[in-house]
Each structure stands twice: as C-alpha cells, then as structure tokens.
Design a protein around this ligand. Structure first.
Ligand SMILES: Cc1cc2nc3c(=O)[nH]c(=O)nc-3n(C[C@H](O)[C@H](O)[C@H](O)COP(=O)(O)OP(=O)(O)OC[C@H]3O[C@@H](n4cnc5c(N)ncnc54)[C@H](O)[C@@H]3O)c2cc1C
Ligand SMILES: NC(=O)c1ccc[n+]([C@@H]2O[C@H](COP(=O)([O-])OP(=O)(O)OC[C@H]3O[C@@H](n4cnc5c(N)ncnc54)[C@H](O)[C@@H]3O)[C@@H](O)[C@H]2O)c1
Length: 448
C-alpha cells in the first residue's frame, strides 16, 4: 500500500495552496479529484464567470456612453464569448497536472472515500497517510422539491453553448444576481425567484436598493418572498411553481431553470464514519485549528470546512493555516476579519467587515457615512447611474468597522477597506493616504 505524509482530497484552491506549502517542506503528497484538476474557482466559478462578465461590461459601457460620443449597436455573441471563456478554462487541468508532476506530487483521478481512519480508497487502490486534508468544496443544496432533476446547476450555465430564451433562477443571492445580469445582457428573459424577503441578503439593504433599478432596467423580473415548490415539463419548456406568503402561487414558464439557492459542504461521498470523522447536520466537526475533533489525522479547509465564508480567498487562507498546523503542530487558527466580498453584477456591489445591522447588535458606538452619489465624477465620467457607499467608523477608536460599496470600482476599492480593517488602519490613516487621482480610490477620503 502506498504511504504518504499527506493525502489531499480535492484539487481546488484550498488543495493547491496546502500542497504547495507542505511539499516545499519535503512532505510526500497525493492529490485526488474525481473531476478535472483545478477546482470550482478556476473551472466552474469565479474565473469563468468573470471571463463572461467581461463581455457584459463591454456591452454596458457602450450602452452607457451611447449619445456621449459613442455610437453603433453592440451585442453579445454568446458562443464566441463562451469560446473566450474556454480559452482560459480549457488549459487549467493539464497545467495543474504538469504542476503536480513537477512538484513530485502523486495525482489520482476518482472519487475518494475513507477506507479506514488513516487510509483513502480511490480508483480501486488504497492509499495510507499520516494526515488527510478534506478540501472537497461545496455543492448545491438539495431543494427537496418535485422536478428537482429538471433544475440545472451553475456548472451547466457556465457551459451553455447557446443561451435559452427564458431563464428562471431559483434563489436571489450571489449566483442569481451575477447570472441574471449576464443572461439579460446577452438577450434572455430572466426571472429571479427569491425565498428571502430581499435580493442579495449578504449585502447592505440600502445599497441593494440603489442597485435594483439596474436589474429592472435590464428587464429582470425579481420576485422576493417566493419559494420554488415544483418544476415540471411543459411541452418543450419547463414550468416553475412557487409559493408566496399571503398571495396566490406563482407560475413561470421558461426554457431553463438554474439552481442559485445556496451551496453546502460536499461530504456525501467520503464515507466519513469509516474515517471516524465526526459530522453534524452536514458539517464537519472541527476544532479551532481546522482539525477533526474525532480523528486528529484529519484537517479540512475551504468550502468543505464551512467555517469561514465560502469564498476563494478564505479557501486559500484556511489552507495556509492547515499547512502551518501540519508542519508545526496545531497552533494556528483562521482569522476571518476583513474578508471582502463582491457580487459581480454590472456595476458591482461589495462589502467588507460588519454590516450596519451587526454593528448595531454588537452595541458599538459608531458613525455611519452613507450616500448615493451618482453625481460624483467617478460615476459621471462613466455615465453610470448607480454609485454609493456606506462606511461604519468606530467613534471611540476611529477604526473602520465595515464598508459597503456599489457602483464603478466597488470591486477594487473594497480591498483597500479590507486592508484597513484587517490591519487596524483608522479613518484618519485612510484620509491621510494619497491615492492617484482620478481613480476609484481617490473617492475614499469623501466616504469617511
Ligand atoms: C458560480 C460560482 C461563482 C463563484 N464566484 C466566486 C467569486 O467570484 N469570488 C469568490 O471568492 N468565490 C466565488 N465562488 C466561490 C468559490 O468558487 C469557492 O469558495 C472556492 O472555489 C472553494 O474552493 P475549495 O478549494 O474549498 O473547493 P473546490 O474548488 O470546490 O474544490 C473541491 C474539489 O473537490 C473535488 N471533490 C469533491 N468530493 C470529492 C471526492 N470524494 N473525491 C475526490 N474529489 C472530490 C471536487 O471535484 C472539486 O474539484 C463562486 C462559486 C460558484 C459556484
Ligand atoms: N462573487 C462571489 O464571490 C460569489 C459568486 C457566486 C457564488 N459565491 C459563493 O457561492 C455560494 C452560493 O451562492 P448562491 O447564490 O447559490 O447562494 P446564496 O447563499 O448567495 O443565495 C441563496 C439564496 O437562495 C434562496 N433560496 C434558497 N432556497 C430557495 C427556494 N427553494 N426558492 C427560492 N429561493 C431559495 C435563499 O433565500 C438565499 O438568499 C455563496 O454563498 C458564495 O459564497 C460567491
């Protein structure tokens, strides 16, 4: 039986980072994935999504500048935009394979499961290890509704060769917001059916309110407080039924239904009980060092760990913590202060640190600087009608507690607020920083 210092299950961001660090320390490592190597972010998430967003940014910029010196009709050619996406994604798996070969990491393809507390079975072989890292990511939560098999995943959306005419998104979070903008700008009729009482619950309600007209201007229909209860075939198309509190059920006819209703750690295939890895309510039971509370050989990182928010920089951070704990003994704990997050609508919406609601609940004394500012130069030069901010500053310490941005450059400028929060910079520090002008960052001084 082959024996390794570390077996990593999964080949996404968490796996890549952890493997790089322990291999550099001379550990013997095996990596296993049942899908092409590279993980969600590079193959089925952040990167392919943002390749497609580049197309809509171009369309949107031209539409905004129409009548301001720019003319002519532009349209998204979906198959060709998809080919552009594939120019990035297609080479990823082979590149990853080459990296592992170069690093001297043994790569296995297949579904891994625990064969014992210190061994993993894959592709008819059993591999033994001193340590095992669960980096299996997340998958769509089961909807538990009739017709669930007719619902396509975000993976399928990002592979569509042609764009169906009518699309329904189940859910109203990150995936629904991003995909609805993409599909609508590419010409589809889009409906968002969101169970929660508002769109984009992870983002500030006022800023979401300022952004919402950009959805409606694109013709996107948004139904909140609406839970999908059934999907069925309707001739060549599909029929989606949803229930609403205090209102009759809703029926929407479409050609494609996409799951955008949330994700959960992907642990189902691992046979965790054979590995003596404790799990409760679908979540791994981990200590503060991301180590299994029941099997000290086993660690978890990223979406599979489900400790920090399910975002790529968190997977990477977790992996560094786990690698340090593996190499030096379990001493380090993850630190999720100042994790910025962006929904890549056009324009984007972003958040870092405390929400206003959480800051009020915590009893902190803070001031709020909030304004809708489409009249500022940054928005005006782009003819962008949506631009706004909400920044929370501690009255006692002058520290930035939270920042919420919507509009041009929100996706970049949020990182500067993240830097301030994570490294304890005050509002005065930010105010006294010189930012190149005119850029998104040069507005920060006016947001404090
Ligand atoms: C559509 C979409 C867009 C997103 N956009 C963003 C974004 O813009 N920014 C951002 O920060 N985050 C984004 N995310 C979230 C981000 O992609 C994830 O947080 C991140 O990729 C998780 O990385 P990971 O290493 O934890 O897991 P993954 O990258 O998911 O890797 C897990 C791997 O484990 C494999 N696996 C699972 N079970 C087994 C098994 N039993 N045996 C073998 N292999 C197994 C899977 O095949 C997968 O390749 C997006 C997610 C989605 C779905
Ligand atoms: N830009 C990014 O960083 C990015 C982009 C995409 C995904 N992600 C990550 O992936 C995760 C999953 O994204 P997501 O958009 O699927 O989840 P989400 O948690 O952002 O939103 C899911 C929404 O679906 C709704 N919902 C659940 N069941 C429903 C039902 N039966 N009918 C109607 N609505 C229902 C919920 O009210 C919830 O608001 C996110 O939490 C995020 O961390 C990140």
């Amino acid at each position: 039986m082959a024996h390794y210092d570390l077996i990593v299950i999964g080949s996404g961001t968490a796996a890549q980072v952890a493997i790089g660090q322990v291999r550099a320390a001379g550990w013997s490592v095996a990596v296993i994935d049942h899908r092409p190597f590279g993980g969600t972010c590079a193959l089925r998430g952040c990167d392919p999504k943002k390749m497609l967003v580049s197309g809509e940014e171009a369309i949107d910029a031209a539409a905004r500048m129409a009548g301001h010196g720019v003319g002519g009709d532009l349209a998204i050619d979906w198959p060709s935009l998809m080919a552009f996406k594939r120019s990035f994604t297609d080479p990823v798996p082979a590149k990853q394979e080459r990296r592992y070969a170069k690093l001297g990491v043994d790569a296995f393809h297949g579904l891994a499961r625990f064969a014992s507390p210190d061994a993993v079975a894959v592709d008819g072989r059993t591999l033994q290890a001193q340590h095992i890292l669960i980096a299996t990511g997340a998958g769509p939560i089961p909807l538990g509704i009739p017709g669930e098999e007719l619902v396509s995943t975000s993976d399928a959306f990002l592979e569509l060769e042609t764009l169906p005419r009518r699309i329904v998104l189940i859910g109203g979070g990150y995936v629904a917001a991003e995909f609805s903008h993409l599909a609508a700008r590419a010409g589809a009729e889009v409906t968002i059916l969101q169970r929660a009482s508002r769109l984009l619950p992870h983002f500030d309600p006022d800023l979401v309110g300022w952004l919402t007209p950009r959805f409606t201007a694109l013709g996107i229909r948004i139904e909140t407080g609406t839970a999908v209860t059934r999907v069925e075939r309707n001739g060549d198309g599909l029929q989606v039924r949803a229930s609403r509190q205090g209102a009759p059920d809703l029926e929407v006819a479409c050609d494609l239904v996409i799951h955008a209703a949330g994700r959960r750690p992907d642990l189902g295939s691992l046979d965790l009980s054979t590995g003596q890895v404790a799990v409760q309510d679908g979540r791994l039971q981990l200590d503060a060092h991301l180590r299994s509370i029941s099997n000290p050989r086993v660690y978890a990182a990223g979406d599979a760990a489900g400790v920090g928010p399910p975002l790529t920089p968190v997977s990477s951070h977790d992996a560094k913590i786990v690698a340090a704990n593996l190499l030096q003994g379990p001493s380090r704990e993850p630190d999720y202060r100042g994790v910025p997050s962006v929904a890549f609508t056009v324009p984007p919406i972003a958040a870092v640190g405390l929400s206003e609601e959480a800051a009020r609940r915590s009893g902190l004394k803070f001031r709020v600087n909030a304004a809708s500012t489409p009249d500022w130069f940054t928005a005006r030069r782009l003819a962008e009608p949506v631009y706004g901010h909400k920044v929370l500053i501690d009255e006692r310490t002058d520290l930035v507690l939270g920042a919420h941005l919507v509009g041009p450059n929100a996706d970049e400028v949020i990182n500067l607020f993240g830097l301030a929060i994570r490294h304890g910079l005050t509002a005065a520090d930010l105010r006294s920083t010189m930012f190149a002008y005119p850029t998104g960052a040069s507005d920060i001084g006016y947001m404090l």
